[in-house]
Design a protein around this ligand. Structure first.
Ligand SMILES: Cc1ncc(COP(=O)(O)O)c(C=O)c1O
Length: 395
């Protein structure tokens, strides 16, 4: 049979991610420097790797409870109090295969077909397709470079045309791809919107530790009265450079966490058990955690300084001062008219440098290109030399 003819409309309507195609080209061409990936280039810290190894050797290779192993949930509760000022109990936490799965589960439990979710645009490329897979509608909250890609309460209200259909508002701080850290004042405004419209906030904080200069990470879930409104997502992937372990978690109101645990049985059943054991060690050994996170953030800060300086010297790029994550998202304007996809294709072909077109992150990403600095310092330096030299042709 022709299997293509029976593939679901749901899958057929899903946009193919351009990022995959571009990163494949970059990988296959050895001389291309890729500033595309959104994952740390560091290995997981040795103490975490040791914990993983011991767990597997001790035959901890079985399923875990669907909401996560008890000792990890207890470690998460302590961490939430210590680092995020969020008061939670183990019943408020679900451990998942990366925060990607937690985001998916929360949307599966909140959104029925035809219902709406507000998403930052440009925003993490998982949000819109996940909502659309559930036959929901993603409504963009347009983010603009001229105010540092900050959201505000009024910009959110403006997009709420159908309050009866609104099921969630997604926020992401520090933001991917913008690097923007939402200020406490902004989070308070968003909290007011949540109360006014009685709508949950899904707060994605995957980059919570990647903060530079004088910025400060604030969890909206820590604000007064927000415990019934906010689901917060955290990840081990970026903080501990362990994306392949597949561990993340969500903390939120118990009835929603229970619903997510019920659905979890049918998605992956549980997060990988040895990875959960390693994740608990990652959090509980606070001395080693502080040291390894500190070293990684120090190195990202060095690369950030370099990439922002060099991008700002390339005629045609305009870059601000993103205070978080590990991305720079310059807008571009050249004499030669280009879409963001054209520009990325051109950069790969002419300068042998790969990045991600802004449109991968939503319609409002047109006119931007995302550079990741989760790549070695000297590679970033060479990539910037190449761009500086070649981009002259576009002006
Ligand atoms: C903003 C944001 N949220 C969530 C994720 C998912 O991370 P993971 O599923 O590895 O926890 C990513 C990954 O790049 C991300 O950038």
């Amino acid at each position: 049979m022709n299997i293509r003819s029976v593939i679901s409309e749901r899958e057929r309507n899903l946009p193919g991610a351009m990022i995959g195609r571009l990163l494949k080209i970059a990988e296959e061409s050895r001389d291309v420097i890729s500033l595309g990936p959104g994952e740390p280039d560091f290995c997981a810290p040795a103490y975490v790797v040791d914990a993983m190894r011991s767990a597997v050797a001790a035959c901890e290779t079985h399923y875990s409870p669907t909401d996560g192993r008890r000792e990890l949930k207890e470690a998460i509760v302590k961490k939430l109090k210590r680092e995020n000022k969020i008061d939670a109990r183990p019943e408020n936490v679900i451990v998942t295969a990366g925060s990607t799965e937690a985001i998916m589960l929360s949307l599966m439990c909140l959104v029925d077909p035809g219902e709406e979710v507000l998403v930052p645009d440009p925003g993490f490329l998982g949000y819109i397709p996940t909502i659309e897979l559930l036959n929901g509608f993603a409504i963009s909250i347009p983010l603009k470079q001229d105010n540092g890609f900050q959201i505000n309460g009024d910009a959110i209200r403006e997009q709420i045309k159908n309050p009866n259909k609104l099921r969630a508002i997604i926020i992401n701080t520090p933001g991917n791809p913008t690097g923007t850290v939402l200020k406490k004042r902004t989070l308070e405004e968003i909290a007011d919107v949540a109360i006014e419209y009685n709508v949950p906030i899904l707060a994605d904080e995957a980059y919570e530790h990647f903060i530079y200069d004088r910025a400060r990470h604030v969890s909206i879930g820590s604000l007064n009265g927000m415990e019934d409104y906010v689901v917060t997502f955290h990840s081990f992937s970026k903080t501990f450079a362990m994306p392949g372990f597949r561990v993340g978690y969500a903390v939120g109101p118990k009835p929603l966490i229970d619903a997510m645990s019920k659905v979890h049985i049918y998605t992956s059943l549980c997060a990988p058990t040895p990875s959960q054991i390693a994740a608990a060690v990652a959090l509980n050994d606070t001395k080693n955690a502080k040291k390894s996170i500190g070293e990684m953030v120090g190195e990202y800060a060095r690369r950030r300084k370099l990439i922002l300086k060099r991008l700002s010297q390339i005629k045609g790029f305009h870059v601000d001062n993103p205070e978080g994550a590990f991305y720079a998202l310059p807008s571009f304007f050249f004499k030669k008219k280009l879409t963001s996809v054209d520009l990325v294709e051109w950069m790969i072909k002419e300068a042998r440098v790969a990045a991600v077109p802004g449109t991968e992150f939503g319609r409002c990403g047109e006119g931007y290109v995302r550079f990741s600095y989760a790549t070695a310092y000297d590679k970033i330096e060479t990539a910037m030399d190449r761009l500086e030299q070649k981009m002259k042709k576009l002006n």
